[in-house]
Design a protein around this ligand. Structure first.
Ligand code: AMP
Ligand code: GLY
Length: 431
């Protein structure tokens, strides 16, 4: 079977790495891929948002399955165009992807289907938003409704901050038309957890849990990033919490999408806050999480191709996934200055030495090769150093042993990835 993975981040390297080990995959492409995916697949120089060229390539190469990694191609309708062209695809339609691309729509759907989430109000003009915010005196979360590259959510401790955030989004239009609608939400507290499930239009298969570390600083301080590390499984998410999430969140939202005139196909990612009154949805993503995918793929023992193909074909009921019981930790190494400004082009060394540590895989995210063919930094999040260990502490210590072997100018990483597993223990009351 010929497979094309669309995207170029750490998530796509992890997916391509796992797919490349499948005996069913005879040819694997990545578009556009990165220097990491070049080691386990053939990179194709087409941008992940160039829908026309991606569809043409998939047709010409007679690709059997296209796996869409990032959100932007989904929002642009890549899954729809591939489907129309008779190409099998893993990834939701543009309409189903509105769960992620339009937070106001998503909140309304959750309200209709009684999915537990933060109380919220939606505004289309600033004067109304301002009057409402001024009338509240508790911490609020202000969200641009449209896509904002993960930066459209501002958590505000007091109403003055919330007013400033609303003004930036609706008046200064820092996210452009993505801020035409504003979601104002109560601030929830608790541990955050990511629950990802394969959905084939009908059946739902929940994957192993993971916890992201979104803030740049240790102890979850400082501005949010794309994710500075993740681990799997999350010890305080019990089977009964998973069942509750499946019943109260995943089943009703897939039902809602299916009744909206499309079908949900691909991976559905629920970002949840475990509150004292049960799990509540913070957001849905309509794709694999990054960096959650890295530790999840590290633990997957089954053939990823079979699972994704079965999802695309509506045969998920025939799939059972096997997992490595050992925990996995992924530490992201970022460019100095990220998530603010940073300089690219720093020479990277030590990846081979890091991968010589047992059960270590280094996934590339923001790397490239310069004119001389040297591996250099390119993006904010550069590498995801991912390990397995007998215990979470063992996986963590192995991850940092490997991280310390890798160098580039300005390299930054959090030193506390996976510590939240301990903090979370006992802090959640379940139902
Ligand atoms: P989102 O993109 O909606 O997941 O938001 C990004 C991050 O903002 C989440 O991972 C949370 O850390 C935080 N966040 C979003 N909504 C809320 C909320 N209602 N209460 C507290 N934190 C939130
Ligand atoms: N790890 C968060 C995300 O993928 O959006």
């Amino acid at each position: 079977m010929k497979v094309l993975v669309v995207g170029s981040g750490g998530r796509e390297h992890a997916l391509a790495w796992k797919l490349s080990s499948s005996p069913n995959v005879s040819k694997l492409y990545c578009a556009p891929g990165n220097p990491g995916t070049a080691e386990c697949s053939t990179n194709v120089n087409i941008s992940d948002t160039n829908i026309h060229d991606l569809v043409t390539f998939a047709k010409e190469e007679k690709i059997d399955l296209v796996v869409i990694g990032p959100e932007n191609p989904l929002f642009g309708g890549l899954a729809d165009r591939l489907g129309e062209g008779g190409i099998r695809v893993f990834g939701p339609t543009q309409q189903a992807a509105m769960l992620e691309s339009d937070k106001a729509y998503c909140k309304e759907l959750m309200r209709q289907y009684s999915v537990p989430t933060a109380e919220s109000r939606i505004f289309t003009n600033y004067a109304d938003a301002k009057a409402y915010i001024a009338s509240r005196d508790e911490p609020l979360v202000i969200k641009a409704s449209g896509p904002a590259m993960g930066k459209g959510v501002i958590v505000c401790e007091d109403p003055a901050d919330a007013l400033r955030a609303a003004e930036k989004i609706m008046v200064d239009r820092i996210f452009g038309e993505s801020g035409d609608k504003l979601v104002v939400e109560e601030k929830l507290t608790g541990q955050e957890v990511s629950v990802l499930a394969l959905v084939d239009g009908r059946n739902i298969y929940v994957l192993e849990t993971a916890q992201d570390h979104k803030a740049i600083g240790e102890g979850d301080t400082g501005p949010n990033t794309g994710g500075m590390g993740a681990y799997s499984p999350v010890p305080f998410v019990t089977d009964s919490i998973i069942q509750q999430i499946e019943r109260q969140v995943l089943v009703p939202i897939v039902d809602a999408i299916n009744r909206s005139g499309t079908r949900y196909n691909g991976v559905l990612y629920a970002g949840l806050m475990l509150t004292t009154t049960g799990p509540k949805v913070l957001e849905f993503n309509t794709r694999f999480g990054d960096p959650e995918t890295q530790p999840i793929m590290m633990r997957l023992k089954s053939d990823l191709f079979e699972a994704l193909m079965a999802t695309a074909e509506g045969k998920l009921d025939e799939v059972t996934l096997e997992w490595d019981s050992r925990p996995s930790v992924c530490v992201v190494m970022a460019s100095g200055g990220y998530p603010g400004k940073y300089d690219p082009g720093m020479a990277i060394s030590g990846i081979e030495e890091a991968q010589a540590v047992e059960d270590v895989m280094v996934f590339h995210a923001g790397t490239t090769r310069n004119n001389a063919g040297r591996l250099v930094t390119f993006g904010g999040r550069v590498l995801g150093v991912t390990t397995l260990g007998e215990t979470l502490l063992d996986a963590k210590s192995r991850a940092y042993t490997a991280v310390e072997k890798i160098t580039f100018d300005g390299a930054y990483y959090r030193k506390d990835i996976s510590d939240k597993a301990m903090v979370g223990k006992g802090s959640h009351t379940g139902k």
